[in-house]
Design a protein around this ligand. Sequence first.
Ligand code: G3I
Length: 331
Amino acid sequence: LEETIPSLCGVYRDYFNIGAAVNKYTIESNKHLLEKHFNSLTAENEMKFENLQREEGVFTFEETDRMISFAEANGMKVRGHTLVWHNQTPDWVFAHPDGKLVNRDMLLNRMEAHILAVVGRYKGKIESWDVVNEAISDDATEYLRKSKWLEIVGEDFIAKAFEKAHLVDPDASLFYNDYNESSPEKREKIYRLVKSLKEKDVPIHGIGLQAHWNIAEPKIDDIRAAIERYASLGLQIQVTEMDVSVFEWNDKRKNVTEPTASMLELQEKRYEQFFNLFREYRQVITSVTFWGISDAYTWLNDFPVKGRRNWPFVFDEAGKPKGAYWNITRF
Ligand code: G3I
């Protein structure tokens, strides 16, 4: 007999959308959870550059088309992830036919052609796009990440990506998305970047807080300070890739085969605090997406310790609600 529990997105209807990142396997195996509990969908990998345009001008949209149809059939919004990133971008993008590095104009042309094709195909179907992902450095002495985009184009690859995306789909909300978003140092760099884009009238509408968090870090006060700081720019905030690892960052143990009761208790408490905070900021937070669905699959199974499992969500491996689920739905 199917257990009757409240729908997560139903509970949050008056607050913000509740999203899940899916891949071609989990969208099948978690169909019922998705239909019941989530009203927003993100592709975990399928909409990245390397999956959509493996070779120049050769696009493969089948997987993404299917996901978007699934979302449409179930009345779910779609977050597009992601257009311009240093990762999961094929080498040809940065290569010149003569074997040297591509030049600025050619790279900008390729970037804009990609945005035109992808944003254009899904115009009107994507509520928000992560236009530029993780362009800021984690190094205290550096502002922007030393990526090929930065090296070849210069800082304005960011503005140009937003401008192109806006031109192609003027109704989509355009986001800058990053991790370590709550560390005071990186927070100030993200703030600086987005502020400078706004000052130049670049069409940017939101900041994505990836929220790859754990049972101890970041501190709730730092998350609050980050939300406050970003909100002061007058943009929407979306939590885009949330998971709450049961391991502290420096815990690199390999041989943990199931979460202990104390790990789960901490995780429950953390989830409660996070969602209490999100609800407080319902005026600016428009969506909260988990970077997965249930503990049956998470990218954290290999990160940062190869082969180690993790249990970062509010549904367990069998898809049943965990304590964390109850803590975020009873308020
Ligand atoms: O699809 C290939 C497969 O053909 C191949 O045999 C296999 C061998 O390694 O790899 C498969 O690709 C993997 C891919 O996920 C699909 O499963 C890649 O190795 C692996 O690196 C890739 O990891 C993804 C990661 O981004 C790459 O950067 C994760 O699934 C995905 O969850 C993760 O998501 C990112 C966000 O986009 C941005 N923010 C951080 C977040 C977590 O790292």
